[in-house]
Ligand binder design. Structure first.
Ligand SMILES: Cc1cc2nc3c(=O)[nH]c(=O)nc-3n(C[C@H](O)[C@H](O)[C@H](O)COP(=O)(O)OP(=O)(O)OC[C@H]3O[C@@H](n4cnc5c(N)ncnc54)[C@H](O)[C@@H]3O)c2cc1C
Length: 483
């Protein structure tokens, strides 16, 4: 078996792993990154590209006042909402560490030429506008390639870490195999950072934590998020939290939702299409036959074809709304009236949709006007799970007995503590990066940090949503193969 030795071995080159590698190199360590795919970037390059930051120039330019405390209040309210639905353990101290470091992450990205288009408004979740949209998610790749080149960080592509190596309870490296099956031991003199993303592409793992009918729902990200890091960390006794929180989503890109309305079999709108993720799921499940469609015109179809193509449900198209209604199985007159009402609202100066309180409008307030018209079936699936390791504030993995695992760190979706507030939107990539920097620096300095207590049962204050959300038992739907 060939052996190669470095100070730090980072497993996975998504946003968490990339930032961990950079911070470790900046702290003077020699670093190698193992990546199962043939490119860096992980799910971040395929994502919608919404990133949350607080106290940064895009907010300043709009005169918006934000603070770490304000973000924490929004996070706390979101966790209270999620406690109605899942058994969760929220690491408030870790979330605060993320909040403190967000602005520095933004400045790092800007320094490497990453640009943002605009602030996205999600007032029900972020009570101050703080979610920025990347101009181009693929621009993350050249930015991080440059950061790696400047620090001589090698990436070993098409190489999947399979096992942790250990000696008397201390993690000492990683055994990995390339696509030809050739195995190499990557020795880590100071530490290993697990940054392998989530377990959403692994139906076997999902089945342990999700009901059967949900464990098979589709996922649209990279196929290598198979929970390898979760399993490897478990082999060292790592304490996994929030594993059952695999939030069902309506499979649709946020960028696409801006331009569409959702209509049920009665031909009527039934919810805020851009509202909180779980509200959308519950709204869909409450419809007759649990069936509904996103309606849009040909201009949107042509402008966002790639987003339409990635939706897993059936697509109907017709020259007129009446013909489309026939294909959907809803009354033509009602569909025409619903679209006309939406278009009239957009043509007015209303900033809030009077029916469902929607505030996210199409860019330029473009209506659904010119045929052909399209209807894409709304389908449930998953983008990201919440479960991952409990860690210290130095991102050292904590074991089931409450002690740090020597030599083992985690970043990104392999960490569980921040994820209960995922319904805020935009927290995954920026927290993976911000806490990834912490993980890499701490690993290079061999700091484990001390273990802090986490609440075991929810005592968070009731929120408006606590009264609103009802537990919905999801239907036994036709099983979709997990990708
Ligand atoms: C469709 C979609 C849209 C999204 N939109 C947003 C958004 O707008 N905003 C947001 O904040 N989040 C979004 N997310 C979530 C976000 O992309 C992820 O949460 C984030 O990328 C996680 O970062 P990570 O570093 O943990 O891992 P990932 O980005 O998941 O990357 C993990 C990397 O590890 C590699 N890997 C896995 N196992 C191994 C192994 N054994 N050996 C070597 N390499 C391995 C993988 O190939 C991959 O490159 C979205 C996700 C999806 C799927």
């Amino acid at each position: 078996m060939e052996q190669k030795a470095f100070d730090i071995v980072v497993v996975g080159a998504g946003p968490g792993g990339m930032c961990a590698a950079i911070a470790a190199a900046d702290a003077g360590a020699s670093v190698v990154v193992l990546e199962a795919l043939d490119q860096i970037g992980g799910n971040a390059v395929w994502s919608t590209g919404y990133l949350v930051f607080c106290n940064y120039d895009m907010q300043d330019e709009r005169g918006l006042k934000d603070s770490e405390e304000h973000f924490m209040n929004d996070a706390r309210a979101e966790v209270a909402r999620q406690q109605e639905l899942y058994g969760i353990v929220w690491d408030e101290a870790l979330t605060r560490l993320y909040a403190k470091g967000m602005a520095a992450t933004y400045r790092f990205l800007r320094r490497y030429g990453v640009t943002f288009e605009r602030l996205i408004e999600r007032p029900l979740q972020h009570t101050v506008h703080r979610m920025a949209k990347l101009d181009d998610t693929f621009a993350l790749r050249p930015a991080f390639e440059r950061a790696f080149a400047e620090r001589n960080i090698p990436v070993v592509y098409k190489t999947r870490a399979r096992r942790l190596l250990s000696d008397q309870g201390r993690v000492t490296g990683v055994r990995a195999a390339n696509t030809d099956g050739v195995e190499t031991d990557y020795i880590a003199r100071r530490g290993v950072v697990l940054a392998t993303g989530g377990y959403q592409a692994n139906a076997k793992i999902r089945r342990r934590y999700q009901p059967e009918h949900l464990a098979n729902t589709p996922y649209l990200g990279v196929e290598t998020c198979r929970g390898d890091g979760h399993l490897m960390g478990q082999s060292m006794g790592g304490d996994l939290i929030n594993m059952t929180m695999v939030q069902p989503l309506v499979m649709v890109a946020s960028l696409f939702v801006e331009d569409v309305i959702a209509v049920n079999l009665a031909g009527e709108r039934f919810h805020d299409e851009a509202g909180p993720y779980d509200d959308r799921v519950h709204a869909l499940l409450a419809q007759s036959e649990r069936k509904a469609f996103y309606i849009f015109d040909d201009a949107t179809f042509n402008a966002k074809k790639h987003l339409v193509n990635e939706m897993p449900g059936e697509l109907h198209s017709a020259d007129t709304l009446a013909e489309l209604a026939a294909k959907m199985g809803c009354p033509a007159g009602t569909l025409e009236k619903t679209v006309a009402t939406w278009n009239a609202m957009l043509a007015s100066d209303a900033t809030r949709d009077p029916l469902f309180g929607r505030v996210v409008m199409p860019s330029g307030r473009k209506g659904i006007t010119a045929g052909p018209f399209h209807a894409a079936r709304m389908v449930l699936g998953v983008n990201f799970p919440a479960g991952g390791f409990r860690t210290t504030l130095s991102m050292a993995v904590v074991d089931v007995h409450g002690d740090p695992v020597s030599g083992l760190y985690a970043a990104g979706d392999t960490v569980g503590g921040v994820n209960p507030c995922l319904g805020l939107g935009g927290i995954h990539i920026s927290s993976a990066m911000t806490l990834g920097f912490v993980a890499g620096g701490a690993a290079a300095r061999q700091e484990t940090g001390s273990v802090h207590a986490l609440p075991e049962s929810g005592d968070l204050p009731a929120t408006r949503a606590k009264q609103k959300i009802a537990i919905v038992h999801l239907p036994q739907e036709r099983a979709e193969p997990a990708r």
